[in-house]
Design a protein around this ligand. Structure first.
Ligand code: NAD
Length: 483
């Protein structure tokens, strides 16, 4: 593996710099050992980063470029990530614990955002609105200015790429606050910016403690727009800070998403969806399939298949898994692993059964066995609270109405799925599920092109797709009285 630097810096106004809040140890989740140190920003560093982003925005050197030129730079940043994937992937695996092949997928996903939004840069056209003779009226989309982007640890590269590429494509500048647990690989966006000709100040990347640097960024008076992915309490804090400054924000806050499995579903195919749905990234995915709601006639057969699939997964250090396969890495931290295993024990006390897994593994690092809970009922805590780990809850239903009622019975509403051979049934579920995205017969169907975001406590606003471009612009109407 490439020799890693010991010390990783922040990136402000085109330069790598230390931070005013000292250094943070970054742990390898597969061992629990520190392997690198990250510079920590304080509120003054945040001020400097926002000032750089604002100065560049005000200069018009980025927002005033012909959109095709901006788009080309954004696309090149994605190409840079792909060109350096062999260098980046092991760092991502070491800081986040995910298998090497998953790290590569994440980097490819990050690059894909830059390709998609780079291509969209020149599509932000306004419209002309008829006002009768004597008037000419048109709209334009102007970049908001400085976009503050607060990033979670589960997909540190993909989450940054998702917001950053769209913001840059429409002409915004950005200050990114990276997650404390795995901040290192965000540095490669800075390298991409330097290598691809992004003007100094257009991208600033800081790591800092959430309640300090994160809060300073969210509440900064020169920030014009905020995008946040993470927990509900932090989302509320950020939305409150945004409201105080009267700036828009986009919140993506997780979920407790359910797959409804009817008795006519292709159960063998569904097992592969579950493997991706709950064990990809060790279940630390906001849109994870954390609940399966199965028709009672096929419940036992499905549970047998689920247990065999979960027990067939090899669990270990991400570096041991270079190729796509039936394997799973560590969870991100001791705290997250303890929280997840604690939720399993609490569910057992409430009457659920552990069909397989449920225990911390007897080895160093932050590992939890791939877990299936059966006998889960809608009133149990595990049926409505996000575990954010490799823990699947299985519930059963009698008729279609009951299935929808259970699926919609949590405060969240991020994604939902229905598995059936009956297209009418699928369409009924699609219209009744309270979720921003509905998957029919394939969990995670869709991609960068398809809008993503939640109902209820899952947040508001949409990322991905063309919808996300509107997060980063203001629409201006110009009405002209003709003489
Ligand atoms: P978090 O919401 O506390 O942290 C996410 C980001 O917000 C980090 O960059 C953090 O530094 C920053 N932050 C924290 N407090 C802040 C504040 N007051 N102001 C501004 N920024 C702040 O999430 P966490 O503690 O890392 O994880 C806790 C739970 O959040 C998880 O168990 C999981 O349920 C959920 N989560 C969800 C997602 C998702 O994709 N929806 C991702 C990560 C975590």
């Amino acid at each position: 593996m490439t020799e890693l630097p010991d010390h990783w810096q922040n990136f402000i106004d085109g330069s790598f710099v230390d931070g005013g809040a000292g250094w943070l140890d970054v742990l390898d989740p597969a061992t629990g050992d520190a392997f690198a140190r990250q510079a920590l920003a304080d509120a003054r560093d945040v001020d400097r980063a926002v000032a750089a982003a604002k100065a560049l925005h005000d200069s018009g050197a980025w927002s005033g470029l012909r959109p095709v030129e901006r788009g080309r730079i954004v696309r090149r940043m994605g190409d840079y990530l792909l060109d350096h994937i062999d260098e980046i992937a092991p760092v991502l695996t070491r800081e986040a614990g995910k298998p090497l092949w998953e790290a590569r997928l994440e980097i490819e996903g990050a690059a894909r955002y830059f390709e998609y939004y780079g291509n969209q840069a020149e599509t932000m056209e306004g419209r002309s609105i008829p006002l009768g003779s004597g008037y000419f009226d048109f709209t334009t989309h102007e970049p908001c200015g400085v976009s503050a982007q607060i990033i979670p640890w589960n997909y540190p590269m993909e989450m940054t790429a998702r917001s950053l590429s769209a913001a840059l494509a429409v002409g915004c500048t950005a200050v990114v606050k990276t997650p404390e647990l795995d901040p290192l690989t965000n540095r490669y966006f800075a390298d991409a910016a330097l290598s691809c000709g992004l003007p100094k100040g257009a991208l600033n990347i800081l790591c800092g403690i959430g309640k300090e640097a994160g809060a300073a960024l969210a509440g900064h008076p020169d920030v014009n727009q905020i995008v946040f992915t993470g927990s509900v309490p932090t989302g509320v804090a950020i939305a409150t800070a945004a409201a105080r400054n009267v700036v828009p924000c986009v919140l993506e806050l997780g979920g407790k998403s359910a797959a409804i499995v009817h008795d006519d579903a292709d159960l063998d195919a569904f097992l592969s969806d579950v493997r991706w749905g709950i064990y990809f990234n060790a279940g630390q995915v906001c849109s994870a399939m954390s609940r399966v709601i199965v028709q009672e006639k096929v419940h036992d057969k499905l549970v047998d298949g689920l247990v065999a699939m979960a027990e067939g997964l090899e669990v270990g250090s991400g570096l041991e898994f270079p190729e796509f396969g039936a394997n799973m890495g560590a969870m991100i931290s001791e705290a997250q692993a303890q929280r997840a295993s604690g939720m399993v024990s609490a569910a057992e006390r409430e009457g659920a059964r552990v069909a397989t897994g449920g225990r911390r593994m007897n080895r160093p690092g932050f590992f939890l066995e791939p877990t299936i809970m059966t006998g889960v009922t809608p009133e149990m805590t595990i049926a409505s609270d996000e575990v954010f780990g490799p823990v699947l809850s299985v519930l059963s239903f009698g008729d279609e109405d009951e299935a929808i009622r259970i699926a919609n019975g949590t405060p969240y509403g991020l994604v939902g799925g229905v598995f059936t051979a009956d297209v009418d049934r699928a369409m009924r579920a699609a219209s009744r599920l309270r979720a921003g995205q509905v998957f029919v017969n394939e969990w995670y169907a869709g991609g960068v092109e398809t809008p993503f975001g939640g109902f209820g406590k899952s947040g508001y606003g949409r990322e991905k797709g063309r919808e996300a471009l509107l997060n980063y612009v203001q629409t201006k109407n110009v009405a002209i009285k003709l003489r």
